[in-house]
Design a protein around this ligand. Structure first.
Ligand SMILES: Nc1ncnc2c1ncn2[C@@H]1O[C@H](COP(=O)(O)OP(=O)(O)OP(=O)(O)O)[C@@H](O)[C@H]1O
Ligand SMILES: [Mg+2]
Length: 268
């Protein structure tokens, strides 16, 4: 899949996969997936439950090991690179299920990530009053996502929508060049999803974003390009307005209302 219409900065693609493939037993979950993300990409991956969306994010982030195919990050082959090293190279993800330290404060959750990025020790940070730059960095990200007033709360005390925002803050504090979001609004009550979309829209433009999303309204608002996965394969991919306008896609996936028939978020 070549996403030709997304912003290009002349330095070539940020992230590219070539024939990426993964099977669990006899079940082909990722079937020769080739995709390209350029700088500034706002790309949504859609597909029914079990289509292989989370597995794709797992393969990209290094949590799942591919059987064959290649993953390139800024021209570097990272197919066999450990996930922590991928993060250091600028490839960062969030999870479909919340992945926070519930008993740490909001600020500390971000500080752990800042320490990870800067190679410092979080334990040491607690005993040293200095490290103003670590704090500045963490507070800057919390400010950016509207979480600064919550910084002394425990993560578990936040409403679920704000917990998802905190995950985004943690990801941002790792200074991603490519950010992978696995259903950022999964499990979030309708009344809180607006906050998540607002935050997504405010993410720095130079970060390429691939998000898994079930909600068509979010896709229309946020994404400029879309891939539809089914049974591990790319069914169709292209500019969001072309995909939404395609009679085939509408007939197969969107129903008359334009809402995805598979628009059922799961928390698995
Ligand atoms: N570790 C695993 N072992 C065996 N099968 C797995 C494993 N992880 C995922 N699968 C299977 O791979 C298929 C794709 O799963 P995946 O979680 O990638 O789908 P998804 O598109 O993210 O679905 P959802 O919309 O429900 O989040 C499913 O059939 C799932 O049961
Ligand atoms: Mg999933």
């Amino acid at each position: 899949m070549a996403i030709d219409h997304v912003l290009t900065d002349g330095r070539g693609p940020l992230l590219q996969t070539h024939d990426l493939t993964k099977a669990y037993g006899g079940l082909l979950v990722t079937d020769h997936v080739s995709l390209t993300l350029e700088a500034g990409a706002r790309h949504a991956v859609l597909g029914p439950n079990g289509a292989g969306k989370s597995t794709l994010v797992g393969l990209l982030s290094g949590v799942v090991e591919s059987d064959s195919g290649k993953i390139m990050l800024m021209g570097r082959d990272i197919t066999r690179t450990a996930s922590a090293a991928r993060v250091r190279h600028g490839l960062v993800r969030t999870f479909q299920i919340s992945n926070l330290f519930p008993r740490l404060t909001v600020l500390d959750n971000v500080l752990v990530a800042v320490c990870q990025r800067k190679g410092g020790s979080y334990r040491l940070l607690r005993s040293v009053s200095g490290h103003r730059d670590y704090l500045d960095s963490a507070e800057g990200v919390l400010e950016q996502l509207g979480l600064i007033d919550d910084r002394w709360k425990l993560a578990e005390e936040l409403a679920y929508g704000r917990q998802r925002l905190l995950e985004m803050a943690i990801a941002l504090s790792l200074h991603p060049k490519v950010l992978l979001l696995d259903e950022p609004a999964a499990g979030v009550p309708g009344s809180e999803t607006g906050v998540i979309i607002d935050a997504m829209e405010k993410l720095p433009r130079d970060i390429a974003i691939l998000t898994i999303e079930h909600d068509m309204n979010v896709v229309r608002r946020f994404a400029t390009s879309v891939t539809i996965l089914a049974a591990g394969r790319i069914m169709v991919s292209g500019a969001v307005h072309d995909i939404m306008a395609s009679e085939d896609v509408r007939a197969l996936y969107l129903g008359r209302s334009g809402h995805a028939r598979f628009a059922k978020s799961s928390s698995t």
